[in-house]
Design a protein. Structure first.
Lengths: 215, 94
């Protein structure tokens, strides 16, 4: 069993996968792209982060990783870690294990890095038939994903209404005068507002006021 | 990163078998793999998330096929990409 560090937090897909990882030999890894951190989130650091999570399990660090670490220590200068080396280590240890990789906000990865990351993920999937990749991102990177992963991708669109529900839940939960609202009214709010035209909630003038915008 | 390791270079007994069980050695290897800590972002998002949001996704055909079906089945996709405009809560379904 390999568990992502911080697996106990509330999330959706990762939570579900982590629950399963507790009962079987499953590895779960995640990465969140952030445009503000684009300089640090190079392909080497991103892919290295996935590998780091993979080898952080209770079984100890696999020998192939230890050996590569020792080799780079013999070298002069530099970290000695490259994308090709990470992929090699990854495939040596992940080929048989059921593995889930979750990547958020692919669009926030700068284009020149994204090309390398997507190609690397493609190679990981190709070399590890038990690996699954879950990603989120804006629609404009969809064609890039489809092209690089050679059509082996299922797509699902996330609609605005879910964000509206989250916003309403937040507001109701933090209501300072909850006694002023009956449960029937709360239920009606939760039912009616999300059914209204979503454009009401995402027009530009309103975006700045809505806390879910940006997610 | 090279500076981090260079002054400890002589402390490693390379002639030994690859016994890196000591916690400090493991920490060095993990830091060598990547300085990034995505679990911090994961924790922050989890703290903001309202329970149940996006749960519908787990019931969709796309998710179930991605999650459940064996890879050997050619009709199944190894990758599931969820796209949405800014603000729809994509990070919260992770």
């Amino acid at each position: 069993m390999v568990l992502l560090i911080g697996c106990d937090n509330s999330s959706l897909v990762i939570d579900k996968l982590c629950d399963e990882a507790r009962e079987g030999d499953i590895a779960v890894m995640c990465f969140y792209f952030d445009f503000a951190a684009r300089n640090e989130q190079s392909p080497v650091n991103m892919l290295g982060s996935l590998l780091r999570q993979f080898v952080s399990g209770p079984g100890g660090i696999p020998e192939v990783v230890v050996q590569d670490f020792q080799k780079q220590r013999k070298g002069i200068g530099g970290r000695g870690l490259q994308v090709s080396g990470i992929l090699k280590m990854f495939q040596a240890i992940a080929a048989t294990k059921r593995t889930f990789i979750c990547v958020d906000a692919l669009d926030e990865c700068v284009p020149e890095h994204r090309v390398v990351v997507l190609e690397s993920l493609r190679q990981i999937l190709q070399g590890s038939p038990n690996t699954r990749l879950f990603m989120t991102g804006r629609p404009q990177v969809r064609s890039e994903v489809e092209k690089t992963l050679d059509g082996a991708v299922a797509f699902r669109s996330i609609q605005t209404e879910d964000g509206v529900v989250r916003y309403l839940c937040d507001k109701l939960k933090n209501d300072t005068t909850p006694e002023a609202m009956s449960s029937a009214l709360k239920a009606e709010i939760m039912k009616t507002i999300p059914e209204m035209n979503s454009e009401t909630y995402v027009e530009p003038s309103a975006k700045d006021k809505l806390p879910w915008v940006g997610g | 990163m090279s500076q981090l390791f260079s002054h400890n270079y002589n402390s490693i007994n390379i002639a030994n078998s690859f016994n890196f069980s000591a916690l400090d050695d493991e920490a060095k290897i993990l830091a060598w793999l990547s300085p990034l800590e995505p679990w911090i972002r994961h924790r922050d998002i989890g703290a903001e998330r309202v329970d149940g949001i996006g749960a519908w996704l787990l019931e969709t055909r796309e998710f179930r096929r991605w999650h459940d079906a064996p890879r050997e089945d050619e009709s199944n996709h190894a990758t599931l990409f969820c796209d949405g405009n800014p603000g729809v809560g994509k990070s919260y379904i992770m």
